[in-house]
Design a protein around this ligand. Structure first.
Ligand code: ATR
Length: 273
């Protein structure tokens, strides 16, 4: 059986083994996929050992996406832009290739699964951490009319906007940049929700057609989702679909097959409830 794994710390919470087991079953692929907790300063050593021991591919989660970026011998354009790698593959020529499937996962979930539109729309992203950096390239490739990135720490959002400006219309800064503006699509990528908080957003930014996506997911609606629903957003979703879609893209990179994601999203949702 071909060996795959996800490296992270902590790793207990990872849903990736369940998701990849479902993909493998569906596609009839003989593969093994494990969750491995790696000491925070030992990523490269653990990855060396994994590939030397016959490992074919790795997923990489918190806090190792930048380590994986440095580890990769070749990078996709997306990964280079993201400065972070969540998927490593041992290529035919023995080089370990790094890619980042988070942004594609987000776009597929919004566009293909939820039926939302990005192209030509006014898009707001809240947050400017690693999660945002990871998704900006695929998002800008969808050609939104405008993309505003706001963050508690304004400079981080301004910096991101400057780095991605060649790919489309993007601005970044503090939350006050929202002002009276309205948005068709609002993506929350701040980690505030993990501690039950939510950035102070003016509800005037929503219209009755706005779609709101939280990259976080959980058994209960997140604070951002509750806020959006309370202010009568048109549609609200959490990031579970993104999780499954980024995994599907990793699976495709490794095995050349595209699993069907809907039943797997459904399955993971039920396990969580
Ligand atoms: P991730 O990999 O999830 O992006 P990160 O790089 O630590 O994690 O980024 C966390 C993001 O959530 C940042 O945009 C952070 O804002 P700052 O850059 O100002 O720190 C944002 N965030 C975290 N807690 C927040 C809170 N209570 N209110 C608003 N934003 C918050």
């Amino acid at each position: 059986q071909d060996k795959y794994a996800v490296f992270g710390n902590p790793i207990k919470q990872s849903r990736s083994p369940v998701i990849h087991a479902a993909f493998a079953r569906q596609c009839g692929e003989a593969m093994q996929y494990r969750a491995v907790r790696v000491d925070t300063d030992k990523f490269a050593r653990a990855a060396d050992r994994f590939f030397a021991g016959g490992g074919r591919g790795l997923n990489v989660t918190v806090p190792f996406k930048q380590d994986a970026f440095r580890y990769a011998g070749r990078l996709s354009e997306r990964a280079r832009r993201a400065g972070a790698v969540n998927t490593l593959k041992l290529a035919e020529d023995g080089v370990v290739e790094g890619d980042n499937t988070d942004g594609i996962g987000l776009v597929r979930d919004m566009v293909a699964n939820l039926g939302w539109v990005v192209q030509g729309q006014r898009v707001l992203i809240v947050g400017a951490g690693g999660a945002v950096r990871g998704v900006l390239e695929p998002l800008l490739r969808e050609r939104p009319r405008e993309l505003l990135v706001v963050n508690r720490t304004a400079e981080k959002a301004a910096q991101l906007a400057a780095e991605f400006a060649d790919l489309g219309s993007i601005e970044g800064g503090g939350i006050e940049l929202i002002g009276e503006r309205q948005f068709d699509l609002v993506i929350n990528a701040s980690s505030a929700g993990l501690s039950g908080e939510m950035p102070a957003l003016p509800s005037t930014l929503l219209t009755e057609r706005s779609c709101c996506y939280d990259m976080i997911y959980g058994a209960e609606p997140t604070p951002f989702m509750r806020w959006a629903a309370h202010h009568a957003a048109w549609a609200v979703a959490d990031g579970l679909g993104m999780l499954v879609e980024q995994a599907a893209q990793s699976f495709y990179i490794w095995r050349g097959q595209r699993p069907e994601t809907r039943p797997v999203i459904h399955q993971v949702r039920q396990v969580m409830a």
